[in-house]
Design a protein around this ligand. Structure first.
Ligand code: GLY
Length: 361
């Protein structure tokens, strides 16, 4: 078991990573004076597998576990589902001292975190991420959100959980596509922040691809440590944290334009990272070879680096709702691996050319 602290002044918390840690909740949950009920937000298939072990730990700590079921995936991250959860809390007389538990992937984590951080102006919540994407990224750092039809994550808060419990054993039960999708976020850390991780993945992705528990624990802990360092520097996403959006400008646009029915988040950001590497090369920021090296890494992790794209006009219009927008669209690009920068004033024509080169009409 590995413990990584997210050192945010006054709101530090631990991320506990290892096989079987879901069964150790009682041991790791911080003191919650006056909490009576734990409202566990999960979709049906996750709750069928993982609610019970979690409920045992909650009961051991004197909390009554109540399951609140939500739709699967991004369908949960909507204002109507958010509203329903608030009504459920109110009708069950939830109090500000009670606990919300996010049990699931990134979508459930964002939604439940948003509920926890807004019901009665905020109640304690913890994250129990069950996908690789959520364990290495979404559950850490306190971003909560729901989507609007107009764009992803357009409503939300910054609110830190009290604990994150990342059970790597759960990752072995994931469908292959979900797992590979999470490897895209892993590749993001490797390319932007952790050259040792990059070297290891380039040398031999085998242990990670075969989900060996030790390799998983090490992988998740490395990514969490990189994220914890970054979030501690810039909780509110105005500087260092923007780097964690590498590949996400195009990635989020694709998710939205495909209405979350096409590529998964990881598949979309993979295309986004290929685009970002090509753009960095085209601007003379990165030396030629970055895009090819990135694509080789993605392919070795089982991620597609090509595929149909929506028309360039629609993609570029979608960039206008990107969270990094700051008087104009900003892109996270690499000067070289391990050296990300935020770039403004990229000519539209250059963006269009690369999108078209990648297959957009
Ligand atoms: N997923 C990017 C961030 O948490 O900042």
């Amino acid at each position: 078991m590995v413990r990584v602290t997210v050192p945010i002044p006054g709101r530090s918390y631990d991320v506990v990573i290892g096989p079987g840690v879901i069964g150790e909740l009682a041991e790791h949950l911080p003191e919650l004076p006056h909490a009576v009920t734990a409202f566990v937000v999960a979709d049906r298939s996750v709750s069928e597998r993982w609610f019970e072990p979690l409920a045992i730990g909650l009961s051991e700590r004197g909390l009554a576990p109540v399951l609140l079921t939500v739709p699967q995936g991004e369908d949960a991250k909507t204002l109507p589902v958010y509203g329903t959860l608030l009504h459920q809390l109110a009708t069950q007389e939830a109090h500000r001292d009670d606990l919300v538990v996010a049990l699931g992937g990134g979508a459930v984590g964002d939604l439940a975190g948003f509920v926890g951080s807004t019901y009665m102006r905020g109640m304690p919540f913890i994250q129990v991420p069950t996908t690789l994407t959520a364990q290495v990224d979404a559950a850490i750092g306190g971003k909560t959100a729901v989507n609007l039809p107009e764009g992803k994550n357009l409503v939300g808060t910054f609110a830190q959980p009290r604990l994150v419990l990342a059970d790597v054993e759960i990752l072995r039960t994931l469908p292959d596509r979900d797992y590979r999708s999470g490897l895209a976020e892993v590749a993001k850390y490797a390319l932007t922040l952790d050259l040792e991780l990059l070297a290891g993945l380039e040398r031999d992705p085998g242990p990670v691809l075969t989900t060996q528990p030790e390799a998983m624990e090490d992988l998740v802990a490395r990514c969490v440590a990189a994220k914890a360092r970054t979030v501690a520097q810039d909780e509110r996403d105005t500087g260092a944290r923007l780097v964690l959006n590498y590949g996400h400008t195009l990635g989020h646009a694709l998710e939205r334009l495909e209405a979350f029915q096409g590529r998964s988040h990881g598949e979309a950001i993979t295309i986004g990272m290929v685009f970002a590497a090509k753009l960095a090369e085209a601007r003379g920021l990165a030396s030629p070879g970055l895009a090819a090296r990135s694509a080789r890494l993605f392919r070795s992790l089982g991620l597609d680096t090509e595929g149909a794209l929506p028309p360039a006009d629609r993609v570029m219009a979608a960039f206008g709702l990107d969270k990094k927008y700051h008087g104009g669209v900003r892109f996270v690009l690499l000067e070289e691996v391990g050296n990300p920068v935020v770039v403004e004033d990229v000519p539209q024509e250059q963006v269009r050319r690369i999108l078209e080169e990648m297959g957009a009409s």
